[in-house]
Design a protein around this ligand. Sequence first.
Ligand code: ZN
Length: 130
Amino acid sequence: MGRKPFWLMICEAELEDAELFFKREIPCDFKLDRTPGRFPNKRDFAYTDGQCIYFSPKIKESSAFRIQGLVRHEIAHVLFMQEGTAHDEIDADNLALVVFGEPIYYDESDVQTTLPGISPRPEHLPNPYG
Ligand SMILES: [Zn+2]
């Protein structure tokens, strides 16, 4: 059995922080999705169905800040989806701020990060739940 990948260690640590915040378990898996064409745009890195957060294999070359920003944003989606609450991308970032105590920033490629950058979410980005 090999060492756990870096991106997965970060994801599990962030989920644990969310579980400590809510004082309960949050069922959520993390997987790579290698399906060709699944992440068509340069800024596409992750999505969730509410049970599992799927990452592009690009996550393996991403900085810790980017992985943290992405997974915190997706965990917020998971929380809303598991309680059946309609929400949008801004709501996800706002919930992530409350749970993790830091804003979700956007970097020069419009990807989520915890490294201070652009916040709130740039208005030109899609807001598919809104
Ligand atoms: Zn989102």
